[in-house]
Structure formats: structure tokens, C-alpha cells
Ligand binder design. Structure first.
Ligand code: ZN
Length: 429
């Protein structure tokens, strides 16, 4: 998940029928069930000190990427990019704010499992997780006092990366009718940079992607409590998830719902008009701290999340028709603790560094931003008479207002300046 500071900025400021596996005789040794020992092994490697917290643009992050690519090769997944690496330069708003001008060279890791239906194989499910974490950087952590201690990010997000690798192993042995793209993202902690690059430079046309499932922090299952966000992004998702949950024992107590704008990579896909789900086992006291270590991970719980996700993916991947996308207007469900201003605009910022202003990747339906005429792609350059240079100056401008205030917002739309008037709302209303 992206840093609390950003999460606050984003959240506050801006703002089955189960298809049974086809009955056929499996050769011995073909995996059918999630294996918690394999999941634990992935987490122990990815969150070991030798990878130094997998900070984007570091050697430890590259080692994690190489490890993931090796797993994809062993499973004989197709490489849509050379060596499975989709290379890009990460330029984060926070880096720019801190005066770091050199971009970080990094890569997403992408593997393709071809579907078995001659027609439906041209449709794709994206199964994703970010594999980067904070490295040793105190500035994005919640324990700056620990200075340059390694933040291993065992739950955030070695756990989600391990879930994607385990889903790849299980699905590779029983391909679905549709194809599956397994994508592990870099640059997430800097502002969803890897997923934004992926949706802007996809290996297949995005209108062939039927859904994106995101695994961010699935390693701390407690009391069977699981959050699944984004269930309002397609009409069929609640029923599919309910059936998938009913087919497992013990069942999860699932909460969540909401639209697909959240503080992780699924947001980048939802902004492009795709159904999304985000699986999440909740925040905890080690979140973004040097104490998020492998020994605290519940690998058996992560295996159960993989089981639920596997049943969900099988249904989405094998059903005759595509999911029906919904531009949900439900208020986003939020979890965990947060505080601060509750002034609300409802716009979704692009968190990469910008040369001027704050670009929006989306606008929540029926939000103050939507009613005031803001649109995806607009670049906010002025808010209530204050110049907006980036996410940070934007936050300052927003927080100087109260819910109910009417403000003038200047945007650049296709290069033209437009002045809009917006009445700010209150978060949660
Ligand atoms: Zn995080």
C-alpha cells in the first residue's frame, strides 16, 4: 500500500456459480491446492535482509524482480517483454518534492498464461501485486526514528507477491478458457507508478482485459476477517465472491465493497474503466515500519486467501460472458485508522511527478469534483486562488478549506485553461 502520507493525501484530499474444474484425470504431482509452505518460502526470500526492503531502483528490488521472473520461466509462462521485464523510469511526486531529480530505473515483471478456449483466449484477467517496498527510506516510513533500518515489507507486499506466484503455479497446471496476465508492479510505494505505467503501456489492448485482481497485504489474516474492495465495479462480482467464499472451509467474514479507487494498484485499472478487486487482510501496528517481518506473517491465512481468489479467478476466467463494468457511485469503503481534515473533493490524482499542476486520473461519480465539472485528464493548476504545483501544494490548498466552501478551481484541459466552481463536500457523505 502506498505511504500513509499519500493515502491521506489521496483519500482525504482528493478528493457462481463456481465452474468446477473440468473433470479430467490429473497426472500425479499436478498442484490443485494452495501450499502455505511455498507461500512462506517466497515471503522469507523477498522479505529477507539481503533484499534490503526492495526499494524501487535498488539492487534488492532488481533481485526480487529476477526471482519472480525465474518462477515465471519455470512455469513456462509466455514473456510479453524480454526476460518478463517491463522496464520503466519511476519519477515519483515525493521524489520530486524531496529534490531527487534522477529517475529510478526499474521494472514490472509480467508473465502470460494462454487460455485454452480458441476465442476467449483473446480476453485477459490481470492478477497483480506490487513487489517493491520502502527499502531503507525513513521518509516514507511510519518509524522515521528507526532511521535507515531495512523495512522488509513482509506483509506489504511480499505477501501479495507470493499470492500471485502461487496463483500462477496453480493456474498454470489447469489453464482457464481466458488468458491470465500475472503482473508484479514496482514503484507502488512511490505512488502506483508501476501500475500506471502498465495501463499506459499495456502488452494487450486494455479493452481485452476483463478484470484486475490486486493482492496488497494479504499476510495478516486474523479471525477469518478479509476485506475485498471493488465489488461494486461489476454487477456479477458480489455473487461470484459469495459463491467462492461458500465453497471454502472455514468461510471468511468478508467486508469491503465500494468502488475501485483505493490506495493500491487496482486504482490504476479502475481509472481505465475495468472491473477490479482488492484483497486485503487489514492494517496492523507493523505497517510501514521496520518490524513488518516474515515471522509475523500468517502463511496459512495467505494460502486461504489464494484459495478464495483461485475460485474467483476460475469463475471469471471460465464463464461464457464478460463481467459487466459499473462506474460505481458508492462511497469508497475505507479501513484502518486515519485522521485529518474531512474536506472532500472526490478527484483521483496521478501520483507521478508532473511538470506543472496536478493531473487527475479520475473523478468519483456524484462527488463535488464531478458535479463541478472536473474530468479525468484535467490538470489542476489553481485551487481557491492558490497555485497548485503538485500533490503537496494541492493538499495544502484543499485543507485550508472546510466542507461546504465554494472554491474556484482552474484546470488545464487539452492545454486550455478553464475556471470551474466547486462546492466542497464532507468525506463520507
Ligand atoms: Zn505500502
Amino acid at each position: 500500500m502506498i505511504p500513509i502520507r499519500f493515502r491521506r493525501s489521496v483519500k482525504l484530499c482528493l478528493l457462481s456459480t463456481l465452474t468446477a474444474c473440468s473433470v479430467r484425470v490429473m497426472p500425479a504431482g499436478v498442484p490443485t491446492l494452495p501450499d502455505s509452505a511455498i507461500i512462506r518460502g517466497h515471503i522469507e526470500y523477498l522479505a529477507s535482509d539481503r533484499l534490503e526492503g526492495r526499494g524501487t531502483g535498488t539492487a534488492g528490488n532488481d533481485s526480487a524482480a529476477a526471482y519472480i521472473a525465474r518462477r515465471f520461466r519455470e512455469l513456462q509462462l509466455i514473456a510479453p517483454f524480454p526476460g518478463y521485464f517491463q522496464r520503466f523510469e519511476a519519477r515519483g511526486a515525493q521524489d520530486a518534492h524531496l529534490g531527487r531529480t534522477t529517475p529510478r530505473a526499474t521494472q514490472n515483471v509480467v508473465g502470460l498464461l494462454r487460455g485454452r478456449d480458441p476465442i476467449l483466449r483473446d480476453q485477459y484477467i490481470v492478477v497483480g501485486a506490487h513487489f517493491d517496498h520502502l527499502g531503507r527510506a525513513p521518509e516514507s516510513s511510519l518509524d522515521p526514528g528507526a532511521r535507515d533500518a531495512i523495512r522488509n515489507g513482509a506483509d506489504d507486499n511480499a505477501s501479495g507477491t507470493a499470492a500471485v506466484l502461487e496463483l500462477a503455479r496453480l493456474l498454470a497446471s489447469h489453464p482457464l478458457r481466458r488468458s491470465v496476465l500475472f503482473v508484479t508492479f514496482s514503484g507502488e510505494e512511490l505512488g502506483l507508478l508501476g501500475s500506471q505505467f502498465f495501463v499506459d503501456n499495456p502488452p494487450v489492448a486494455l479493452d481485452r482485459v476483463v478484470a484486475m485482481l490486486n493482492f496488497d497485504m494479504v499476510g495478516r489474516l486474523k479471525d477469518d476477517k478479509l476485506f475485498v474492495y471493488g465489488t461494486a465495479t461489476a454487477t456479477e462480482l458480489v455473487a461470484i465472491l459469495d459463491s467462492a467464499n461458500a465453497a471454502g472451509q472455514p468461510q471468511f467474514k468478508v467486508t469491503g465493497g465500494g468502488d475501485g479507487f483505493g490506495s493500491s494498484d487496482h486504482s490504476s485499472f479502475y481509472a481505465k474503466g475495468l472491473p477490479v478487486l482488492h484483497f486485503f487482510t487489514d492494517l496492523h501496528e507493523d505497517y510501514h515500519r521496520a518490524t513488518d517481518d516474515p515471522d509475523k506473517v500468517n502463511a496459512a491465512g495467505a494460502a486461504r486467501v489464494v484459495g478464495l481468489a483461485l475460485r474467483t479467478i476460475r469463475e471469471i476466467g471460465n464463464r461464457d460472458s464478460r463481467l459487466t463494468f459499473v462506474r460505481a457511485s458508492a462511497p469508497r469503503q475505507v479501513s484502518g485508522t486515519r485522521q485529518g481534515s474531512d474536506t472532500y473533493l472526490g478527484s483521483i490524482p496521478d501520483m507521478s511527478a508532473s511538470s506543472e499542476g496536478l493531473r487527475l486520473t479520475g473523478v468519483r461519480p456524484d462527488s463535488p469534483a464531478d458535479k463541478g465539472g472536473l474530468k479525468a485528464g484535467d490538470v489542476i493548476v489553481e485551487f481557491g486562488g492558490k497555485a497548485v504545483k503538485d500533490l503537496f501544494s494541492y493538499s495544502d490548498a484543499l485543507y485550508s478549506h472546510k466542507p461546504g466552501d465554494t472554491v474556484k478551481i482552474a484546470v488545464l484541459r487539452e492545454g486550455q485553461r478553464m475556471d470551474l466552481t466547486v462546492t466542497l463536500g464532507r468525506r463520507g457523505q
